[in-house]
Design a protein around this ligand. Structure first.
Ligand SMILES: Nc1ncnc2c1ncn2[C@@H]1O[C@H](COP(=O)(O)OP(=O)(O)OP(=O)(O)O)[C@@H](O)[C@H]1O
Length: 334
């Protein structure tokens, strides 16, 4: 993803210190966090036009944790930029916490951890926090935000000496300064190793338990599976899948792996049966991906086409490829 937007949107809250209740939201934090209706965002015009977001309808309730998934160029970053008010829809309507996105950001209701830019390398982590906090009419103590983001131990470190993962923690701490209702994270764990990734999600889980709405874009289906309640999958600017994590991941697809004997090729058999969705070869074996693996396995064995069969659930990567393939069907699972 590329974005020219600043890396954090600490936002501001009214000087009175009183938050403006979102339309449709009560003090317990219920209501709609994000409401998109027929949102389009086009870049350029004529033959060179790119429909980065192409007619997205999406409603996210407060307190939900939503993973935004999709292959490269699906429109995830552009959609998050729209939610942050960095860019406006070409058409359609979008409200955040019941108000225009820019207003929600200005009121400090939205925090964001984006991928690049925005940090001054000669400042320390704490100096960065203090500088941004000084611009806010109202914020939690810098130390508290650093603590919650797991960045307290690097407070005295120059930004330029922080690793990619540590800089992401600083961005996270900045995003928490105004106690935002909605947290937007664009591939927040990019560049983190396995341990840092795990610690980051534990921290984020704690924030979600405080009742924040969290929307994060990721390429990792495992992260979506481990952390989100709901998956929204985009492809070519459109929302193609939207539903609870378990239902989205349970595509019913399984794999049949076998040693091929023939006659004919696995592809010919796949076409003849009209069953498997994919055929792959690996380490001298053939792997079919299909929904009705029992029927497929029965046919292969009875026709003497293959031996040494194993049937397994499709991996998360296989599910992702399946959902994002050009001929994947569109649908809402809720
Ligand atoms: N400012 C821009 N001008 C022209 N085209 C753009 C602009 N920003 C994004 N695009 C195009 O819009 C499409 C969607 O891009 P976007 O960055 O939103 O996708 P993404 O899902 O975030 O991708 P990735 O996972 O690779 O980061 C891409 O084809 C991209 O090249």
């Amino acid at each position: 993803m590329n974005t020219t937007a600043p890396s954090t949107v600490p936002g501001t809250v009214p000087p009175s210190g009183q938050r403006t209740p979102a339309a449709g939201a009560d003090s317990a934090g219920t209501g709609t966090a994000l409401h998109a209706t027929g949102v389009h965002r086009q870049f350029g015009s004529g033959l060179g036009a790119v429909r980065a977001v192409n007619g997205v309808d999406l409603q996210i309730q407060r307190g939900e944790i939503v993973a935004l998934l999709g292959p490269n160029g699906a429109g995830k970053t552009t959609f998050l930029d729209l939610v942050l008010g960095f860019t406006a829809p070409t058409s359609g309507s979008l409200t955040v916490l019941g108000m225009p996105p820019k207003q929600a950001v200005l009121e400090g209701r939205v925090g964001a951890v984006l991928q690049t830019g925005g940090l001054l390398s000669d400042l320390t982590v704490k100096e960065t926090m203090s500088m941004v906090a000084a611009c806010q009419p109202r914020h939690i103590p810098v130390e508290a935000a650093l603590e919650r983001a797991g960045a307290a131990q690097i407070a005295g470190r120059k930004v330029r000496k922080c690793s990619g993962g540590e800089q992401q923690r600083l961005r996270f701490a900045l995003a928490l300064l105004t106690e935002p209702d909605l947290l937007l994270l664009d591939e927040p764990t990019a560049g983190m190793d396995v341990r840092a990734r795990k610690e980051f999600w534990e921290t984020m889980q704690a924030e979600a338990e405080r009742g924040r709405t969290v929307v994060f874009a990721t390429h990792f289906l495992q992260e979506a599976s481990d952390f989100a309640d709901r998956i929204v999958l985009m492809r070519a600017g459109r929302k193609v899948v939207d539903g609870p994590v378990d239902e989205v991941l349970d595509t019913g697809h399984r794999t049949v792996s076998c040693v091929w004997d023939g006659p004919g090729t696995p592809e010919e058999v796949a076409v003849k049966l009209g069953l498997p969705d994919a055929v792959a070869r690996q380490n001298g074996r053939v792997r079919f991906t299909a929904q009705d693996t029992d029927r497929l396995a029965g046919f292969l064995l009875s026709a003497g086409l293959a031996h040494d069969l194993t049937i397994a659930a499709a991996s998360l990567d296989e599910v992702f490829l399946d959902l994002t393939s050009d001929d994947a069907t569109e649908g809402t699972l809720t």
